[in-house]
Design a protein around this ligand. Structure first.
Ligand SMILES: Cc1ncc(COP(=O)(O)O)c(C=O)c1O
Length: 448
C-alpha cells in the first residue's frame, strides 16, 4: 500500500473548539498580536511547539498508574534507567524536570568564563545556559544551511573544518565540550549524519574534548540516517540510535520530544567525576538522584516512550506526515526551509512577504494572519525572537506527536494556501511594548 496511515487508533478524544473570525480578531487585539498571549482554548490547531504536547499511548498511561512515588530508590527510576542504559550505554543518568535543567547542570559543572562551546546550532536554552556561566556558545553549521532553499540530505551537520580551525585557534583547553544537536532544531529540524557524528568525534578525541549530544530528537534523526545514509537501510532505528550515542561521551535530553512525555528529561555522562558533581547540583535544585525533578509516574511514562518512539511504523508515519505538510505547501508556491525537517515546517516569511521588511516582522505578521484566518498557531523564529541577530524570518509550524490526523494537516495546508493567495494584503507589525529580554513571549504589537 502506498498510503501511510497514522499507526494508532484513538481511544480518548479531546474536543477542539471552533471560533469565528470576529472572535479571533478580538483575541488578537487583546493579546497585542502575540500568539503566546492567546489562551489555548481559543486555538483550533496548535503548532506552537512539539515539546511536551505529544499524545501518550495506552501503555504510557498504564505506566503512569504503575509509577512508584517512593522518595528514594523507586522502581520507576530503575525502569527508566534500564531503558536509558540500553539505548544510550552511558555510565551515569540523572533525571531532570526537562531538557534545560539538564543543560544548566551540565554547563554549571563544565563551563566557566573564557570557555567556548561549539555546536552545530545551539538551541536558545542551550545558548542561554552556556552564556550564563560566562562561556561563549558558538554555532558551526554548514555554510549551505544559510540558504533556506538548498536541499541537502543532512543539512543539520556541523562544519567539521570550522571545528578543527576553532580547536586550533582557541586551543582545546578552552573548549570543555563539543555539542551536536540531533536533529538540528534551530537549523530547521534538519538531521545530522552518522558520518558527521563520527567526524566530529574524531576531532574531539584527537583534542581530548568530550562530545555531548543534545539528543531531544534522536529517534527522528535515526530515521533520517536509515532513509538517507548509505549502509543503514537494514538497521533498526534503535540500533542506529545506539550507535549515535556510542560515539558520544554524554547527552542532554528533553523527554518532552522523542519520549512522548508531557514533562521530563535526563542528563547522561561517562565521566565519574563530572557525574558526581552533577548529582550534587541535581540535589540542590531538582531533587534526589532517583527522581530528579519528576514524579515516579513521569519516569515511567518516559521509560515507555523511549521504546515506542523507535517503532518503525511510527517513525515512517512521523517523518512522512511532516514532509506531507511541507511538500503540499511548497509545491504550491509557499517558500519553506528545504527539505522538510523532522518535527516542523518552517515557512520562509521574508521570501513569502517581500513587502514586509525585517523591522516589521514578516514571520510574526504571517503567524497573526494564519491565526486570524483559520485559528492555527505557529511561532515566529526571526527578528522578534532574536532581534538583530536573526539570520532568517521564519514561521515555524511544529507538529505535536500523535496528536493531529491527516485531515487536520489538510486543513492547515488549505489555510496556508489561502493566506498565500492574498499575501500582498498582509500588514507588518510594530512593537508597542516589550520586556528587556525574551520579548517573543510577551511583547505587544500593532499592525501598521
Ligand atoms: C534542541 C533542543 N534542545 C533543548 C531544548 C530544551 O528542552 P526543554 O524545553 O525540555 O527544556 C529544546 C526544546 O525545545 C530543544 O529543541
Amino acid at each position: 500500500m502506498r498510503t501511510i496511515i497514522e499507526p494508532f487508533r484513538i481511544k480518548s478524544v479531546e474536543p477542539l473548539r471552533q471560533t469565528t473570525r470576529q472572535e479571533r480578531e478580538q483575541y488578537l487585539e487583546a493579546a497585542g498580536y502575540n500568539l503566546f498571549l492567546i489562551q489555548a482554548r481559543h486555538i483550533l490547531i496548535d503548532l506552537l511547539t512539539d515539546s511536551g504536547t505529544s499524545a501518550m499511548s495506552t501503555e504510557q498511561w498504564a505506566a503512569v498508574m504503575r509509577g512508584d512515588e517512593s522518595y528514594a530508590g523507586s522502581e520507576s527510576f530503575f525502569r527508566l534507567k534500564r531503558a536509558a542504559d540500553e539505548l544510550t550505554g552511558f555510565r551515569h543518568m540523572i533525571p531532570t524536570h526537562q531538557g534545560r535543567a539538564a543543560e544548566r547542570i551540565l554547563f554549571s559543572v563544565m563551563c566557566k568564563s573564557g570557555h567556548i562551546v561549539p555546536n552545530n546550532t545551539h538551541f536558545d536554552t542551550t545558548r542561554a545556559n552556556i552564556e550564563f556561566t560566562g562561556a561563549r556558545a558558538v554555532d558551526l553549521p554548514l555554510a549551505e544551511a544559510a540558504d533556506t532553499q538548498a536541499r541537502l540530505d543532512f543539512k543539520g551537520n556541523m562544519d567539521v573544518a570550522a571545528l578543527e580551525q576553532l580547536v586550533r585557534t582557541a586551543g582545546a583547553g578552552r573548549i570543555p565540550l563539543v555539542m551536536l544537536t540531533v536533529t538540528n532544531n534551530s537549523g530547521g529540524g534538519q538531521p545530522v549524519s552518522m558520518g558527521n557524528i563520527e567526524a566530529v568525534k574524531r576531532v574531539c578525541a584527537a583534542a581530548g574534548i568530550p562530545l555531548y549530544l543534545d539528543a531531544c530528537r534522536f529517534a527522528e534523526n535515526a530515521w533520517f540516517i536509515r532513509e538517507r545514509e548509505p549502509g543503514y537501510a537494514d538497521w533498526t532505528p534503535k540500533r542506529i540510535a545506539q550507535k549515535m550515542f556510542s560515539l558520544a561521551d554524554g547527552c542532554t535530553f528533553s523527554a518532552k520530544k522523542d519520549a512522548f512525555a508531557n514533562i521530563g528529561g535526563f542528563l547522561c555522562s561517562n565521566d565519574d567525576r563530572v557525574a558526581q558533581q552533577e548529582t550534587n547540583l541535581l540535589i540542590l535544585t531538582e531533587g534526589f538522584p532517583t527522581y530528579g525533578g519528576l514524579a515516579g509516574r513521569d519516569l515511567d511514562a518516559i521509560a515507555t516512550g523511549l521504546e515506542e518512539v523507535l517503532d518503525i511504523d511510527y517513525l515512517r508515519y512521523r517523518i512522512a506526515s511532516t514532509s506531507y505538510l511541507g511538500r503540499h505547501i511548497a509545491d504550491h508556491g509557499v517558500p519553506i526551509v528545504e527539505p522538510p525537517g523532522g518535527h516542523a515546517i518552517y515557512i520562509d516569511a521574508a521570501r513569502m512577504l517581500p513587502h514586509i521588511p525585517p523591522h516589521r516582522f514578516p514571520g510574526q505578521a504571517l503567524a497573526v494572519e494564519l491565526y486570524r484566518h483559520a485559528g492555527i498557531r505557529g511561532v515566529e523564529i526571526g527578528s522578534v525572537m532574536f532581534g538583530e541577530a536573526a539570520r532568517h524570518e521564519l514561521l515555524r509550524l511544529a507538529i505535536p506527536r500523535r496528536v493531529y490526523t491527516q485531515s487536520h494537516i489538510d486543513y492547515v495546508v488549505e489555510a496556508i494556501l489561502e493566506v498565500n493567495g492574498r499575501k500582498e494584503k498582509i500588514r507588518g507589525l510594530e512593537i508597542v511594548e516589550q520586556p528587556p529580554f525574551l520579548r517573543h513571549f510577551s511583547a505587544r504589537f500593532r499592525e501598521v
